[in-house]
Write a protein that binds this ligand. Structure first.
Ligand SMILES: *Cc1c(COP(=O)(O)O)cnc(C)c1O
Ligand code: SF4
Length: 352
């Protein structure tokens, strides 16, 4: 035993491999537009757009995600999600900073209660990756990411409303928070008798798969609550072997895995890509849940796919995939009690 241990320790010392903890991958994420262009082999032509967009919403790309981007291809579907373009700076009518009017639905700091039986808790203002199409790119997180003391009020709200069945941890990305903090919070939720389900909306197991480590599986595995994780994946290329493994570990502690995507011009706006995504998700043990049309957030108009085209794509998906691999095509309309389906135009009824 002893010699083997010594060899592996000295090998590690000599090659000085980077610290691969998820925390170091998170803090080591690329945050410089110039460095991003260099890393993906694109020239200075892209720099003004990248720097302009970065001013409004910082570039942030973890290494694990970066490694899945094809070098030298400005149209790479993963790159397009993280590289700011000149067009972000154009003002487009109808594209606003708070498209979902969430500011009106926050009964306590860190809480958004819009829908029946479920409440969304903002556990962290930060994300591991900054997606250019994000509807929260202008969200005043400083006001909402609650301190531990404020959590007291938020938890009281949940304790006193016994119509609530599901607590949804969102953000930002809830898995940016430490395991100690999440273990504490989930423990508090666990003790609220009317809650049955814990849901997390996260991109971390995709963009830094090492986030799914033993410490995380410990608090996740320990709760009595049923667990759902909704991942955010927009293209099959985002799922490599390390993501597959992370999913397997999550399923190992009883997590149901779902996915939501955003329909994005130049990323996944064709049937082939969307069908490929569904197939790849299922290989990873994930079921497609929602396909969102873009929220009209300022700076993201270049990602828009008009409704009539979204409907056509969705119909084409239904024609070629089993029903369980067809995500629901939805939009979020402020004031509605749920996400609103974008239905196919009603077909004429056959006369009898
Ligand atoms: C999307 C969303 C939910 C969850 O909706 P589901 O249809 O259950 O996935 C809950 N609260 C808020 C504020 C939301 O935006
Ligand atoms: S909230 Fe989601 S979509 Fe927005 S930047 Fe974070 S990970 Fe990306």
């Amino acid at each position: 035993m002893q010699p083997v241990q010594t060899i592996s320790l000295s090998a590690a010392g000599n090659d000085s491999p980077p610290d691969q903890s998820w925390q170091s991958q998170l803090s080591g994420a690329l945050r410089d537009p110039k460095a991003l262009l260099a890393a993906v082999g694109l020239d200075e032509r892209w720099l003004p757009g990248a720097e302009g967009g970065h001013q409004a919403f910082e570039v942030r790309v973890p290494q694990a995600y970066l490694s899945r981007i094809q070098k030298g291809n400005p149209n790479d579907p993963l790159l397009r999600q993280v590289l700011p373009l000149e067009s972000e700076m154009h003002t487009v009518a109808g594209y606003v900073t708070d498209p979902l009017e969430e500011a009106d639905h926050t009964p306590a700091a860190g809480l958004i209660h819009k829908y029946a039986a479920r409440v969304l808790m903002i556990t962290s203002g930060a994300c591991a990756i900054n997606c250019r199409y994000c509807f929260r790119r202008h969200f005043p997180y400083e006001d909402h990411a609650a301190s531990r003391a404020q959590w007291g009020k938020t938890l009281d709200y949940l304790r006193h409303d016994d119509s609530l069945i599901e607590a949804i941890l969102s953000g930002g990305d809830p898995l940016v928070s430490s395991d100690a903090r999440l273990a504490w919070l989930v423990g508090e939720l666990d003790a609220i008798p009317h809650l049955k389900r814990l849901r997390l909306h996260t991109r971390l197991p995709v963009v830094i798969p090492d986030r799914v480590d033993d410490a995380m599986l410990e608090w996740l595995g320990a709760t009595r609550l049923q667990k759902v994780i909704v991942l955010h994946i927009n293209h099959a290329n985002e799922i490599d072997d390390s993501v597959m493994k992370a999913c397997e570990r999550l399923k190992g502690v009883g997590v149901t895995l779902l996915n939501q995507s955003v329909l994005l011009r130049g990323v996944n706006d064709n049937t082939e890509v969307l069908a490929g995504l569904s197939e790849r998700l299922f290989e990873a043990g994930i079921l497609p849940y929602y396909l969102h049309v873009l929220d009209p957030v300022a700076g993201a108009a270049h990602f828009d796919v008009p409704d009539h085209e979204a409907r056509q794509l969705h119909e084409a998906l239904r024609d070629r995939l089993p029903g369980f691999l067809v995500p629901r095509l939805v939009r979020e309309i402020p004031g509605e009690q749920a996400k609103s389906p974008i239905e196919a135009w009603p077909a004429a009824q056959p006369s009898r």
